[in-house]
Design a protein around this ligand. Structure first.
Ligand SMILES: Nc1nc2c(ncn2[C@@H]2O[C@H](COP(=O)(O)OP(=O)(O)O)[C@@H](O)[C@H]2O)c(=O)[nH]1
Ligand SMILES: [Mg+2]
Length: 238
């Protein structure tokens, strides 16, 4: 019985991987970069985009796919900052799939975009297993969630190209030890840059913006040369 379940799980993931490869090909042909934004419910994903998108919009065209179980509230927040956005509703599903993202890509003006950000369903576990065809994966944790979470939800951080620790303005009140969290992230992911942000401090988004711009540039380079942006200086450990 157990092996039959394993076979079904593998076949679901294999089907998703094929759809992710198709998404990669769509993005490659159009020269667009896609970033998968993951983190628990309420860690600050949409708030981060509300701060980052206006900065990027100075010279880049960015579209957003908003993943949620229900409601179009996040899509409305993103539309309010002027970015083209499509809401993807999973109707109870705890993660986005590559096929669902493909449907969203077809409704965005991908030919005109430099970057597509996919805000995944708020969940620290399920979305980590599903490749969407993205160029980069950004995993988030907020100071309010507790510094023990990188060890508990290791796969979220292990599979990240970069990590954001948000709500740093709440760190003291929440007794969040950022060094402890960073050390546990380093155990599973020695190289991903770790950015600390707070929506009360505009300059806290600068490092993340630079990293994201590097991802967009890397996505335009030929395949074998795309790892370069992973070697940006780690603002926590430099
Ligand atoms: N204090 C503080 N609150 C934040 C910050 N970022 C987001 N929030 C709040 O956290 C809550 C959830 O934010 P949201 O962006 O909707 O999270 P999402 O569910 O991950 O998209 C909202 O009440 C935000 O106002 C931050 O940097 N500092
Ligand atoms: Mg959100």
């Amino acid at each position: 019985m157990a092996s039959r379940i394993e076979v079904i799980r593998k076949s679901v993931l294999a089907k998703n991987d094929r759809a992710a490869d198709e998404n990669r090909e769509v993005l490659r042909r159009r020269g667009a970069c896609m970033m998968n934004l993951l983190g628990g419910a309420g860690c600050g994903k949409t708030s981060l985009l509300e701060r980052l998108l206006p900065r990027l919009a100075k010279d880049l065209r960015v579209g957003v796919l908003e993943g949620d179980l229900a409601t179009t509230r996040d899509a409305e927040r993103i539309a309010a900052v002027g970015a083209p956005v499509v809401q993807l509703l999973t109707e109870g599903g705890c993660h986005l799939t590559a096929a669902l993202v493909r449907g969203g890509l077809e409704r965005l003006p991908v030919d005109e975009l430099d970057l597509i950000v996919v805000e995944n369903v708020g969940n620290c576990v399920c979305p980590t297993n599903f490749d969407l065809g993205e160029h980069a994966r950004l995993s988030m944790l907020s100071a309010a969630e507790g510094d023990d979470k990188p060890a508990k939800y290791a796969h979220l951080f292990q599979t990240a190209d970069a990590v954001v620790i948000s709500k740093m303005d709440l760190a003291e009140a929440a007794r969040f030890n950022v060094d402890r969290a960073a050390q546990d992230i380093r155990v599973v992911n020695p190289h991903a840059p770790i950015f600390r942000t707070s929506f009360t401090l505009a300059s806290s988004f600068e490092g993340l913006e630079t990293w994201l711009r590097g991802c967009i540039a890397a996505a335009r380079r030929p395949p074998g040369d795309r790892g370069a942006n992973r070697r940006v200086l780690d603002p926590l450990l430099a």
